[in-house]
Structure formats: C-alpha cells, structure tokens
Design a protein around this ligand. Structure first.
Ligand SMILES: Cc1cc2nc3c(=O)[nH]c(=O)nc-3n(C[C@H](O)[C@H](O)[C@H](O)COP(=O)(O)OP(=O)(O)OC[C@H]3O[C@@H](n4cnc5c(N)ncnc54)[C@H](O)[C@@H]3O)c2cc1C
Length: 421
C-alpha cells in the first residue's frame, strides 16, 4: 500500500503522470471512465510549441474587452448567465492579465513547456510513435497588419524566452504553404514547433507503454473518495473501491467537480472549443502541411490523419451545456476563404473544454489533504505540457530535486487551498 498511487484520468496529463510515477518505482494504477485519450486530449489541435507562453489573459485583454462585448468574436464567445454565475473567476482572470501576474506566468509556462517538449520526444520514441511527430513548425497568419500593441507584447515575450520566430511576407507564406489563398498580409513562423497527426492516438500509445511496463489500467468512473488511516479509498460507479496511499487527480475539466466531493473549491472555468474534419477539396490539390492559426479569424487548422481539423476559439460556458455551432460555422466560412475546404467528415462537431484557472497556470502539487495530488488546469496547452507536469509531479511526490520551480503551480497560491495537513 505504501508505494501505491491511483491516477484518476487518462488524458495526456494523467497518462504522462502514470508513466513518470511508474518510472520512479511506484506501484501505479490508472483509471478512466473511457478509453485513454478520448476527451480533451483527443480533440485538440495537436500543436507542441515553445510559443504557447502568452495566455489569453495578457495585458492586451483589457483593451480588447469592448470588442468582445458583442459576443460575436471568433476568438471568444460566452454564455452571459455562465459569466454572471462565475463572475468571481472572471474578475480574477482579468486581474491576472496585469503585468505583475502575467510576466511570472509567462516565465513559469516557458519552463513547463521547455521541459515537456523534450519529454514528449522521449515518450514518442519509447512508445514507437515518432512517425506521428511533424517538425515543420507552426504559423500565425494575419489578414491585416495586427494591432501593434498585441504584436509588440507577443514578440517581447518570445525574445525574453528565446523563442525563435521568423517574420513572413505574403510571398514567404505562399512558398511555405501553397494551399493557402493570398489573403494574408503577414505571418509569423515558429520553425521549431512540432505537431502530431492524431493527438488521441498519441495518448493511447503512451497508455499502452504504461501497461506494457506492468501498469494497471481500470476502465471505471470515479464517483467519490474517502480518507482512510493509511491513505485513500476511491469509489467507482460499478460499486468497486480502490485503496491507495496516494491519489492524483488528473481529470482535466472534470477535476473541480470531483474535488467538490472532498470539500475543495477549485476556481476552474471551461473554455469550450469545437472541431470538425474536412476532406481534401480535390485530388492533387496542394494540402496544408503544418498547423496554422488564422489569428484574426480565431481558428486553427491542423492536418490530421483523419483530414484537415478545424478547431475553434473559446466559448465560456458550463461543461455540459448544449453545444452551439455558430462559432464553428463562422470559423468554417473564414477557413474557406483561406483555402479550398472539402466536405465535412464528421457526423457532428466534436466539443470539449479547456480547463482554466484564473492565472492560466495549471495546478501541480499536493492539495490540503495529505496524499491527494493535483495535476489539472492546463488551459490551451495541456496536450503539450502533460509530460512536463508529470516530471514535476513525480519529483514532488518522491521528494527528489524538482526540474523547474514548483511555486507558480502550487495549489496553495489559491485561497482555501492552504497548507497540506
Ligand atoms: C479546441 C481545442 C484545441 C486545443 N489545442 C491544443 C494544442 O494544440 N496543444 C495543446 O497543448 N493543447 C491544446 N488544447 C488543450 C488540451 O487539449 C488540454 O489542455 C488537455 O487535453 C487537457 O488534458 P487532461 O489530461 O488534463 O484532460 P482530458 O484529456 O480531458 O482527460 C481527462 C480524463 O478524465 C476522464 N474522466 C473524467 N471524469 C472521470 C471520472 N469521474 N472517473 C474517471 N475518469 C474520468 C475523462 O474520460 C478523460 O479521459 C486544446 C483544447 C481544445 C479544446
């Protein structure tokens, strides 16, 4: 029992944590209600990049607010009732856009991403999936010259964190991606960025590696958890229980609701997003070769094994509220201006939610209840940062030297999540 750990959630974060704790010699069980990598870690854009250091709540957000009030922006929409019910979270999210919080967040995310990209490379090799990795970068594209303030801030953070970026004029954009129509005035290329052609399959490959190495995988939904003299007892929806010395909660957007069952209030909001796949417009037509972000139209296009994946910006709403497809439809219209889109391939759009804490940093560390650990809240970058999260969590749980400063990610930075007892 002493070295036993139960990891709840087999998305990118949970699977990476399970692998790391197994590597540290602990006896690890991983549990998920569904097949590994079926939820948020399936539906994302598959981009792994050092440039994901500038969160949505950055100092330009204040100036952008009037434009967001119409609720028709491609990059951010919201349900007004949801925002009102979560006004405390929204106020803290806005407050964290100030330089004083934003700059430490950028530095912390940079550390986590650097660590993660090397770990992904190792895990992709160990799980025999290096062929899924593209190394040809990722592009931001602008239809009009972008707002000077936003661009200045982005480039300033890249310089500070040594993220290499190349400025692209229309001819350079066309040379890199002949599939694009000449509607873009400017681009930025992050040449060192990587991407994968099937994020869910990558997570399943990592989970297979975990079981091949002797890890135990349970397909069960956790419904509650009790503290015991020696650790924790987790209950599942089939009536079974699992005893373990420690539990890692890596339930992505479901983490906050689960932790309510032990009286913890996690300040998490849901930045929902949608995706749809498209077939090639015509045989022989040039295809997009790397992911692109049409920044002013607010969508991302990523070439995937299934087809071209269009993913949307943010919709703030309850996790389980009914889907709304206007944002995806608008993104589809905008994408069809950028390149020839073939027919839709999915019967209905996929919907998921980025789990976001007010300061846009994930929560990694021990919660106030001894033996209960947090690994969630990875907003827009959890697919990339799962493996770095695992390295940090592994070091914290085994008492080894931490690869990066754990302070910015500590649960105790939030009121109500005080010292572990
Ligand atoms: C549209 C979109 C695009 C994105 N693009 C990118 C990108 O390009 N790059 C990037 O790095 N990130 C991206 N992200 C963010 C990224 O997908 C998430 O941050 C990440 O997948 C979160 O991983 P996770 O393991 O925490 O959560 P999840 O992948 O959601 O895993 C949580 C798991 O918990 C399980 N679960 C839930 N409740 C229970 C329960 N009670 N019992 C047992 N199991 C349970 C679920 O089945 C699920 O498998 C994007 C997100 C979206 C929505």
């Amino acid at each position: 029992m002493q070295g036993s750990v139960l990891v709840l959630g087999a998305g990118m974060v949970g699977v990476a944590c399970a692998l790391e704790l197994q590597r540290a010699g602990l006896q690890v069980t991983l549990a998920d209600a569904r097949e590994p990598g079926s939820e948020t870690s399936h539906g994302n854009a598959g981009v792994l990049t050092r440039s994901s250091i500038v969160p949505f709540n950055n100092p330009t957000l204040w100036r952008a607010l009037p434009g967001l009030l119409s609720n028709e922006s491609a990059s951010l929409r919201y349900d007004p009732g949801y925002l009102l019910r979560n006004i405390g979270w929204a106020a803290r999210f806005l407050a964290a856009a100030r330089r004083g919080t934003f700059e430490p967040t950028v530095a912390a995310l940079d550390q986590l991403i650097r660590l993660s990209l090397d770990e992904h490379e190792r895990l992709l090799a160990e799980s025999g999936q290096l062929a899924r990795l593209r190394r040809d970068g990722w592009m931001f594209l602008y239809r009009q010259e972008p707002r000077a303030q936003g661009m200045r801030l982005q480039l300033e953070m890249y310089r500070r964190c040594e993220v290499e970026v190349e400025d692209l004029d229309p001819a350079a954009i066309r040379a890199l991606e002949p599939a694009l129509r000449p509607i873009f005035a400017r681009g930025l290329l992050i040449r060192a960025a990587r991407s994968v052609d099937d994020p869910g399959a990558v997570v399943r490959g990592y989970a297979d590696l975990f079981t091949r190495r002797g890890g135990r995988l349970l397909r069960r939904r956790a419904v509650g958890i009790d503290r015991q003299a020696q650790g924790w007892s987790t209950h599942f929806d089939d009536g079974s229980r699992e005893a373990s010395a420690r539990v890692v909660v890596a339930l992505g957007p479901w983490s906050a609701a689960f932790l309510r069952t032990v009286g913890l209030r996690i300040p998490m909001a849901f930045e929902r997003g949608y995706h749809m796949h498209y077939a090639r417009a015509a045989d022989g037509a040039p295809a997009l070769t790397r992911p692109i972000h049409d920044a002013q139209a607010g969508y991302v296009l990523s070439p995937m094994r299934r087809g071209l994946r269009l993913s949307t910006g943010v919709e703030l709403d309850d996790l389980d509220a009914a889907p709304r497809h206007a944002q995806l439809d608008a993104a589809q219209r905008a994408a069809a201006q950028a390149l020839a889109l073939g027919p839709r391939l999915d019967p209905s759009p996929w919907k998921g939610a980025r789990p976001t804490l007010p300061d846009s940093r994930p929560m990694i560390g021990e919660l106030p209840q001894r033996g209960l650990w947090a690994a969630f809240g990875h907003q827009h970058i959890g697919f990339s940062t799962g493996p770095g999260t695992a390295r940090l969590l592994g070091a914290l749980m085994t008492g080894g030297p931490t690869p990066i400063d754990p302070g910015p990610f500590a649960p105790q930075r939030f009121a109500g999540l005080g010292p572990t007892r």
